[in-house]
Design a binder for this molecule. Structure first.
Ligand code: PMV
Length: 339
């Protein structure tokens, strides 16, 4: 294959963020908002990457020699530098796995409808997508279904290499697709197999801190009072277990209550910002039966659960009137796809 296009869903965490880093299970799902990555073999020994404007406003294209040691970028495009790190590490780990020693050239065009660093899995989607492109261009993927577990594991290794600490939640959810119960220690990402659509809006506001900063902030709290911290982890564990049952029982009311409690625990962990507090409060006033911050926090992704699909539009209007961006009215079943 000389040219390939990969369609990668983004994701939302429904329950258990932060605690998942300490071994507590979490529930996440892919959403029908896709990143597309087009890859080609390049004749020169370079990696050429073109970004869509949602990912980067200041840099559209960069070409890196395969023998690079340092990537020279202006400090104002630090987000892109991070993203490049995911891409280059994905190619390196993938080639290592394949035993390819040639310094092959690649051209990648990455088209994302979302900015990076808002808690909707764009970094994981970039890693998963790049790995699939690299495997396909090197002739390794015929039927993606046979490789999903391997791809998820590789993408998780990329996240751990780049970030230092990362749970398998984002990479496994995005690779496998659908609503997933993640056991981080195994790791395992079991499908919560439900037919009905969950009436939920997914959106985001600006985020003030990076995931790494917020993970460090939570760790400091743990160091300050281990006993209380462990109690909070136990509460999140119970929330996640009950939420899994509630999904299987189609019990939307219980899911709403659990979302609100989970949000309260995230507040206790100190990662909820004032914008989200106001926004989620207003969404509950407008009829949401549950609403929570999603992901690392300090703004970023959120979700709000309605009693039925007919109420989703109203919640979306309220969220947008308060300055948030709504990107989905529902979850999806897709994992990464070769198109
Ligand atoms: O980067 P975000 O906002 O999607 O946060 C990921 C969720 C954390 O649990 C905070 C980190 C992780 O690796 O699971």
């Amino acid at each position: 294959m000389d040219e390939v296009t990969v369609k990668v869903p983004t994701k939302i965490t429904l329950f258990g963020e932060h605690a998942v880093i300490y071994g507590v299970p979490a529930i996440a799902s892919t959403i029908p908002v896709y990143m597309n990555i087009k890859g080609k073999i390049f004749s020169e020994e370079v990696i050429s990457i073109t970004f869509s404007n949602k990912l980067s406003t200041s840099l559209n294209n960069i070409t890196i020699r395969r023998d690079r040691e340092e990537i020279q970028l202006r400090s104002d495009i630090v987000i892109i530098k991070k993203l490049l790190n995911y891409i280059l590490t994905s190619i390196d780990l993938c080639e290592k796995e394949l035993g390819t020693t040639r310094n092959r050239g690649y051209s990648l065009i990455i088209d994302s409808p979302l900015p990076t660093g808002i808690g909707l899995g764009t970094s994981a989607a970039t890693s998963v997508g790049t790995i699939v492109v690299c495997l396909a261009l090197n002739g390794y993927i015929e039927n993606i279904e046979d490789y999903r577990q391997d791809i998820a594991k590789m993408a998780w290794n990329v996240e751990k290499t780049v970030q230092g600490v990362a749970s398998p939640m984002d990479t496994y959810t995005i690779t496998l697709g659908g609503l997933r119960y993640i056991e981080p220690n195994t790791p395992k990402a079991e499908l919560i197999d439900i037919d009905d659509q969950i009436p939920v809006i997914v959106g985001y506001t600006n985020r003030k801190n990076t995931t790494a900063e917020l993970v460090r902030k939570v760790r400091k709290l743990k160091e300050k009072d281990e006993i209380i911290f462990n109690e909070l982890l136990n509460i999140i564990k119970t929330i996640v277990e009950n939420a899994r049952k509630a999904f299987l029982n189609h019990d939307i009311e219980t899911l709403g209550v659990l979302m609100n409690i989970n949000h309260g625990v995230l507040q206790s962990l100190g990662i909820v910002d004032m914008t989200h507090d106001t926004l989620l409060h207003m969404l509950r006033n407008a009829g949401a039966i549950g609403a929570k911050t999603s992901g690392a926090g300090s703004g970023g992704a959120f979700l709000a659960l309605a009693r039925s699909a007919s109420e989703l539009d109203k919640l979306a209007v309220v969220a947008e009137a308060l300055g948030a961006k709504v990107i989905s009215k529902g979850l999806c079943k897709d994992g990464v796809l070769l198109v």
